[in-house]
Design a protein around this ligand. Sequence first.
Ligand code: DGL
Length: 254
Amino acid sequence: MNASPIGVFDSGVGGLSLLFELRRLLPNEDFIYYGDRANAPYGAKTHEEILDISKGIFDELISRGCKAIVVACNTATAVAIEPLRAAYPDLPIIGIEPAVKPARVAGCRRVLVLATPVTVSESRFSALLRANSGEGCEFIGVPCHSLAYMIENDAPSDEIEEYMSSVFAPYREEGFDGIVLGCTHYPLAKREISRAAGESVKVFDGSVGTATHTKNTLERLSLNSLARKIGTVEFISSDGGDHLEQFYKKIAKI
Ligand code: DGL
């Protein structure tokens, strides 16, 4: 049993969608949320840059006493989860991956997996899609160049919807019946994405699965807190602002 905080990191506000689920499942844990807004969006960085940045953030969170780290970023998971596990062998590290399995289990036949350009170009991503394709279910990786940036910078709802309509346009003719949100920013624009796709298209995201996996991992390692109090969140933003905290207050009310 261990009352130290759990570290959670992303390039900005995206990982707050996962933090929200983590706090729902682990209400008495303390969290440190690191949003790397000074370097956002990660989707426009190189593989090497993301790896270096992730290691720096891990060192910071470890120096603050974190007992486990949740990489609340699909891009950093796709690029860095294996080197990070090799570099910090004693630390439980949980990553997030696109929820392709739930889409297959739900019976979808043609599914667009939306993610940042970096995630889509990673071999871990293509291997995941390949492993789940077949038996009448096809997964197509779709890079969304501007979406995380728009969400991070509070773009108006109609602009996000219009952008998503342009992303979906090449896939309309053959059709699609599922969408996987393969970036933690995207659940924050679920309504706009759904409107642009068409309300009958099913939408999947990995935050509940990842939060459950985090809870199970802590319990298996006896690292869960037994504190009889509601846990706290400390927000750290690499740009020094308080945007993360304000944004979290907004989504926690939804
Ligand atoms: N939220 C991140 C992800 O899940 C990164 C988005 C970005 O910074 O480009 O991929």
